[in-house]
Design a protein around this ligand. Structure first.
Ligand code: NAP
Length: 398
């Protein structure tokens, strides 16, 4: 019987045989990629004796058209109640009182980790000479940094008050015609993010965690992120991990925790991708890095994402691309991003075998050169199929 997912007192998830999982199909190409992804997810789940009771929620354009609000309270309440959910892309309302619906959901549910695994599938066109060396997992802090939304517009009375205050109290000279923003980076948020990355690295037997920051310039925000990360390794992970600073010689079986400047990282993920494994980083760095890495393995049509709070158990898995309105309803785009987000969701639920099946079937489909337009235009000898046909081809190979 269908039932909700709960958490045990130790924080682990209790997943019933038939969990109720809320979903938002998404705006634009959501009408194409959601049915395709769901087709594969249901088929893979069934092969392993699982069944999902899907619960549709409203958000984005469809919610606005039907209810006059972009993010109805019932939708947030349902995600809160059911813990785990999945969503397609949502239109960002212009002047709707939201910076972005995705950012709003992350903040309301305190989904503090943005998880973005980036790996290459053999046969996918890539600008890299050795794309097989790209296998990284990004843990991007999701709640603070310049995304906290603490900004004042140039010329407003509020901006003037803050600029005056900074001059009078701190002696800081900020040009009077400036917009001003605050970049908070806390010990609490930094440590819980790095803790999540380290737990992941331990569970998945990864070899290193790199703290990516811009601490040479922003010493008390980005630099502090690095320092708190290393402190956490000493405080909580000394038996399984060692920091670069404390490592004499080889790390042995322990996970090596190192750090790198964000600008250098953007170079080195291209010149020596195999130096990077799990990456833990602040919000803005993580944003740039996720998209740059996605480009290395074939673009955003196939890069999955998840937003997770590992303490409360809340998580929303989501396609990382937007609504691509000009392709909406054409049954044309790549369902890979949403499908692989579903794979992350299965892994999170403990349905590893079903998740592995989907990845293997997707690999086999691409190996047979059956792909959507985005890959077909870059691959020789490809058979271009529709979004729904891609899903059927994957199901045939499960
Ligand atoms: P976009 O929707 O991501 O589309 C940009 C381009 O990326 C497309 O034209 C297409 O490139 C490619 N693309 C995206 N999804 C694809 C897929 N599944 N398969 C193959 N190619 C894909 O970005 P945008 O046009 O800048 O944004 C449109 C709307 O989406 C905006 O309202 C934006 O705010 C919103 N958005 C939402 C989210 C979210 O909900 N998570 C994220 C980003 C943007 P080609 O034309 O070259 O083939």
């Amino acid at each position: 019987m269908a039932d909700i997912i709960t958490t045990a007192p130790d924080g682990t998830l209790r997943v019933p045989d038939e969990p109720i999982i809320p979903f938002i199909p998404g705006d634009g190409i959501g009408v194409d990629i959601w049915p395709a992804a769901r087709h594969v997810l249901d088929a893979a789940a069934a092969r392993h004796g699982h069944r999902i009771a899907w619960l549709e929620l409203l958000a984005g354009q469809r919610a606005y058209d039907q209810t006059g609000t972009w993010l109805p309270d019932e939708t947030v309440a349902a995600f809160r109640h059911h813990l785990i959910g999945i969503k397609g892309p949502l239109t960002t309302p212009v002047g709707g009182g939201f910076r972005s619906l995705n950012v709003a959901l992350r903040q309301i549910l305190d989904l503090y980790v943005c998880l973005r695994p980036v790996r290459w599938f053999e046969g996918v066109p890539s600008p890299m000479r050795y794309p097989e060396k790209v296998d990284m997992v990004i843990f991007r802090e999701n709640t603070e940094d310049v995304y906290a939304g603490l900004e004042l517009e140039a010329g407003t009375a509020e901006a003037k008050r803050l600029i005056d205050y900074l001059r009078d109290e701190f002696g800081w000279q900020v040009r009077p015609d400036s917009g001003v923003g605050i970049k908070p980076v806390s010990e609490t948020a930094s440590k819980r993010l790095v803790r999540a990355a380290l737990h992941y690295a331990v569970q998945r037997k990864r070899r290193s965690v790199t703290l990516v920051h811009k601490g040479n310039i922003q010493k008390f925000t980005e630099g502090a992120f690095r320092a708190w990360g290393y402190e956490l390794v000493r405080e909580e992970f000394a038996d399984v991990a060692v920091s670069w600073e404390d490592c004499q010689g080889e790390p042995g079986d322990r996970i090596l925790v190192k750090d790198a400047l964000a600008d250098v990282t953007l170079q080195q993920v291209i010149t020596r991708p195999d130096d990077f494994d799990v990456i833990a980083t602040t919000n803005l760095n993580g944003d740039y890095l996720s998209d740059a890495l996605a480009a290395q393995i074939g673009g955003i049509g196939i890069a999955p994402g998840a937003n997770i709070n590992f303490v409360t158990g809340h998580a929303i898995f989501e396609a990382t691309h937007g609504t691509a309105p000009r392709y909406a309803g054409l049954d044309k785009v790549n369902p890979g991003s949403l499908l692989l987000s579903g794979v992350l969701m299965f892994e999170h639920l403990g349905w590893q075998a079903a998740a592995d099946d989907i990845v293997a079937a997707l690999e086999a489909t691409i190996a047979d050169h059956i792909v959507t337009y985005d890959f077909a235009r870059l691959m020789e000898g490809a058979t271009e199929v529709k979004c729904s046909e891609m899903a059927s081809a994957i199901v045939d190979r499960l």
